[in-house]
Write a protein that binds this ligand. Structure first.
Ligand code: SF4
Ligand code: SF4
Length: 404
């Protein structure tokens, strides 16, 4: 049968792979298993076999695609510039379309519909916030560790979309700001820090009311038509903004790829900046201060910052400007195993990678870690010792400059 959706990998995209194998050593699932079918090259071979109608999209194909973390480390190593993240999103869309099951329906309901609805996310956040305050999760077997991975959600839950913030003086410009889905309520301190830093630099910050979730989780989980719908809504919502600032690495990476998802998406993508790159550029331009200090801080690179966007130095620069000395924990930048719904689908691999990351961080002896992605933060909080704080680099920067 071959492919059936509009999002399938194309023959030309698949043929870009020259089978050199340079991506194998950087792939976490290949390193963990030693299995070619758990490598980027093996996954591309399976996609090619479907493209050439040699095999069907079956359960084995679904398993081979499902074990991929979509970390995109393979893209950095690839001399042939294979767009592996795009290929994998297409393959996942095919699995969802050709092998519909309870998981497909659940995925579509949660990542394709519910998180695109602000009222549904607000309602969920109220429930989680109330559960956190009543300490109910501690009574549920196995739930305590998972809920400890979350920050305490403020009640009443805040919402960013539909608001604007002005600097103290005449604005030097206006930026659009992505509220996101759970980021808006579950990581509201990060939003507050980024908005206040942008105000301090002299920007007016506007978070348009009619925006929605960026669609990254839907795209990664195969709910491709929902991801395309969300991208189209955001293209409309952010019309007219020269810059769109996004403070979750997974969201900024996905929005920079909107050209694949909807008409007008490439134009929006060209206006998206990750908050780390934007704030680092404002510090470099002298629009934001640098503070003295060399307090050691461990740093963890989210895959969608380091691999998908090649943003490595900028969060370190922000931390230095906040008076910290970043200490490397994993120069290879291996995935922490969070990867959206991966923790639920592949708990053993996710735990293996999460524990490995925790050991690397704990080996530094430092009790504060900077990470710029909510999924990574949750994963680190799950596996790190209780005394270790995980926070966003721009939260630390805002805390430092607001205290002077
Ligand atoms: S995206 Fe990550 S897990 Fe998937 S094949 Fe590439 S390196 Fe391996
Ligand atoms: S590095 Fe690129 S070209 Fe080489 S096997 Fe991996 S995906 Fe294919």
């Amino acid at each position: 049968m071959g492919w059936v959706t509009d999002f399938a990998p194309s023959t030309a995209e698949l043929n870009a792979c020259i089978d050199c194998g340079l991506c194998l050593p950087v792939c976490p699932t290949y390193r963990a298993t030693g299995d070619e079918s758990a490598s980027p090259r093996g996954r591309i071979a399976a996609m090619r076999a479907v493209d050439r109608r040699l095999v069907e999209v079956d359960d084995r194909f679904a398993d081979v695609m499902g074990l991929c973390l979509q970390c995109r480390a393979c893209e950095v190593a690839c001399p042939s510039l294979v767009q592996f993240g795009r290929l994998m999103e297409g393959a996942r869309a095919e699995v969802a379309a050709q092998l519909p099951d309870w998981r497909t329906i659940a995925t579509r309901t949660v990542f394709g519909r519910a998180i695109a609805s602000r009222s549904a996310v607000v309602l969920l956040s109220w429930v989680v916030g109330a559960v956190q305050r009543m300490h109910l999760a501690a009574a549920l077997p196995g739930a305590a560790g998972k809920t400890a991975a979350l920050r305490t959600i403020p009640l009443p839950v805040p919402t960013t979309a539909g608001h604007e913030w002005l600097p103290d003086g005449e604005p030097i410009g206006t930026v659009g700001f992505l509220a996101g889905c759970v980021m808006d309520q579950w990581y509201s301190d990060v939003h507050t820090a980024v908005i206040q830093v942008l105000r301090t630099a002299g920007y007016r910050v506007v978070s348009p009311r009619h925006q929605t979730c960026c669609g990254a989780l839907a795209a990664h989980e195969g709910a491709a038509y929902d991801a395309a719908r969300m991208a189209a809504q955001n293209v409309e919502a952010f019309e007219g903004y020269d810059l769109i600032v996004v403070d979750s690495a997974g969201c900024s990476a996905h929005m920079k790829g909107y050209g694949h998802w909807t008409e007008g998406g490439a134009d929006l993508a060209s206006r998206v900046v990750d908050a780390n790159e934007f704030v680092a550029s404002l510090i470099a331009a002298g629009l934001l201060p640098r503070l003295a200090g060399e307090t050691p801080i461990a740093i963890q690179d989210p895959c969608h910052l380091r691999h998908a966007q090649r943003i490595v130095e900028e969060p370190r620069e922000i931390l230095r400007a906040a008076g910290f000395e970043p200490i490397e924990t994993d120069p290879a930048g291996m995935c922490c195993g969070a990867a959206g719904a991966y923790q639920l689908d592949h708990p053993e691999m996710s735990e293996f990678l999460g524990m490995k990351k925790a050991v690397q961080i704990e080996a530094t002896g430092i009790d504060i870690v900077a990470s710029a992605n909510p999924g990574c933060e949750m994963q680190l909080r799950t596996y790190l010792d209780d005394g270790i704080v995980v926070t966003h680099p721009i939260e630390l920067y805002w805390d430092a400059i607001s205290r002077g």
